[in-house]
Design a protein. Sequence first.
Length: 126
Amino acid sequence: MGQFKRDIMTVLIVEDNAGIRRLLRRTFIDIASAVWECSDGADALTAYANHRPDIVLMDIRMPRMDGLTATRQIRQFHPSARIVMVTDYEDEDLCNAASEAGASGYALKQNLTDLPGIICSLVDCS
């Protein structure tokens, strides 16, 4: 994560698995000025509106509202939102669906080392 040189990035983590949320939080704790978490897409809508984070890390499969629906709704009201889908599913159809929903990127949980490059393509990391 040494690629990140700024500490003013804000991140919203939307993930129903508490262990993955902790892992993602640890990934960004040294580089983000604020990290918020929620465990469902429905909660993400309110959290986004309240905090307006620079980046949203969004799981796809969640119980009440899935990440695709939440992404679509966030982008409807906040077209400039930068949302990266973070998922277990390496599936071209899901990747395409995420893009159609408005996601700016797609990362696999088993390859979280890809996140810095994805994030830097979306925000100024210098």
